[in-house]
Design a protein around this ligand. Structure first.
Ligand code: NAP
Ligand code: HSE
Length: 428
């Protein structure tokens, strides 16, 4: 019997995700050989700190020297799970230039340098796959590039950050404050020591850039995506959302419109009947609308050791099959259009506004006047609390361009009768 083909791989990074990849590769060794017709062998693992104990990992595989990997011609696949821009970018470019195939989970890098990396892969006919970079274990890159390829996709809305979804779920279901829910998220290991990228919407913004590029066939980079986090969401906003039959979610929103691509991340009130409203806890989901398929939703674990490793190993298995069937580089960059990204100020949304104003005759009429001047149409008004001559006004607007709303708010802030504009939240 002929000896089975062995495909050698190197792992860059042995943190949360790297450990998951190592474990899954071990666990699936026999199955993978049966599935693909080749044996995957991880022959080197790049780490930063050689002294750290690495339970369950063959110490002989560890190295802190990139040269050991890049100059090993037998290594065909490089799995990058270090994170960050550099040295990950340089290592991936060098690996691709050397004809190695690369699988990565690095959203920061793909959202910023996706074109450069995909071009480098195309130059050598290598595979460059990054399923785990968006929504961890949820398949979304491959569905967008392949399964839904016959569609004109016009909308992607996603809950693509587990930490913030957990926080908002706790605020909604257990009436916790933002600070309490953030502490709980940190205790459970969802929120990192520095949670800025999650709570300010930056992590989700990178994922939106990647999904929009693929869905709309035009390059969208992270700096094209408007980002706003959840730090200003208060218990009162949550209570109003509930009263109006809504929930508040941090949404990544991308639309392909006649006037350009819209790409943003911000908290949004969505009706509780919307499929994304029932995505609780640290789960992620991505809702896609295509002209042929209609609505599709992808739901699951957006992070974590094994869910993320699941997406990475799916890519690795694809690369192994491509190697064996001599068809690597088959699906490369799909950005064959050049649709521009709209300036966010031109994007239209309905808004929920909560403000504290003097409770006296003529104030509401004056506010309505300001809105009229700035083309803001009001759909609902409620006056909720009156204390010491101050009224809490809640106004829901019709869809209005961002800059019209912003101009109106500037005028409202300047009015003597306005004490505070407490909340400005977009409505689906
Ligand atoms: P992590 O736990 O911080 O692990 C990073 C690993 O990379 C560590 O093993 C570290 O080595 C190694 N490393 C970092 N810089 C290095 C350098 N310059 N040279 C050599 N080794 C280096 O990170 P992670 O959570 O596994 O995330 C990895 C990637 O997956 C990131 O791109 C992240 O965005 C992405 N991702 C993560 C998740 C998740 O659930 N965590 C989900 C989806 C995507 P030492 O062990 O020696 O310190
Ligand atoms: N920090 C991310 C989250 C996981 O909370 O969903 C990695 O993308």
């Amino acid at each position: 019997m002929a000896e089975q083909r062995v495909i050698k791989a190197a792992l860059l990074g042995l943190g949360t995700v790297g450990k998951g990849v190592y474990k899954l590769a071990e666990r699936q060794m026999k199955e993978m050989a049966d599935k693909t017709g080749a044996i995957l062998e991880i022959v080197k693992i790049l780490v930063h700190n050689m002294e750290k104990p690495r339970e369950g990992v063959d110490q002989a595989l560890l190295t802190d020297c990139w040269k050991d990997i890049i100059s090993d011609n037998e290594i065909e696949i490089v799995i990058e799970v270090m994170g960050g821009m550099e040295p990950a970018r340089t290592m991936i470019l060098e690996a691709l230039a050397a004809g190695k195939h690369v699988v990565t989970a690095n959203k920061d890098l793909v959202a910023e340098s996706g074109r450069e990396l995909l071009d480098a892969a195309e130059n050598t006919g290598a595979d460059f796959l990054f399923e785990a970079a968006v929504a961890g274990g949820i398949p979304i890159i491959r569905p967008l590039k392949q399964c839904l390829a016959a569609n004109e996709i016009d909308e992607i809305i996603g809950i693509v950050n587990g930490t913030t979804n957990y926080i908002l779920t706790k605020m909604f279901e257990e009436e916790m404050s933002f600070e309490e829910a953030l502490c709980k998220a940190a205790e459970l290991g969802y929120a990192e020591a520095d949670p800025t990228a999650d709570i300010e919407g930056l992590d989700a913004g990178r994922k939106v850039a990647i999904m929009a590029s693929i869905a709309f066939h035009s390059r969208v980079v992270f700096s094209d995506v408007y980002t706003e986090g959840i730090t200003k969401i208060s218990k009162r906003d949550i209570a109003y959302a509930r009263e109006f039959g809504n929930v508040i979610k941090l949404l990544g929103v991308a639309h392909n419109t006649e006037t350009g691509i819209e790409a943003a991340v911000h908290p949004m009130m969505i009706p509780k009947e919307h499929p994304l409203a029932s995505v609780r806890d640290s789960f992620n989901a991505v809702f896609v609308h295509g002209d042929a398929v209609d609505d599709v939703m992808f739901y699951g674990r957006g992070a974590g050791e094994l869910p993320t490793a699941s997406a990475i190993m799916g890519d690795v298995i694809d690369v192994m099959r491509d190697i064996l069937y001599h068809c690597t580089g088959r699906i490369s960059c799909t950005c064959y259009r050049d649709t521009k990204v709209k300036e966010f100020r031109e994007v239209k949304n309905p808004f929920f506004l909560r403000m504290q104003v003097d409770n006296k005759p003529g104030v509401l009429a004056a506010i309505a006047g300001v809105f009229g001047v700035h083309k803001v149409s009001i759909s609902k008004v409620a006056q909720k609390v009156i204390t010491d001559g101050i009224a809490e006004l809640v106004i829901v607007t019709e869809a209005v361009k961002e800059y019209h709303l912003k101009d109106a708010l500037t005028c409202l802030k300047d009015m003597d009768t306005t004490r505070e504009i407490s909340s400005v939240i977009r409505v689906y």
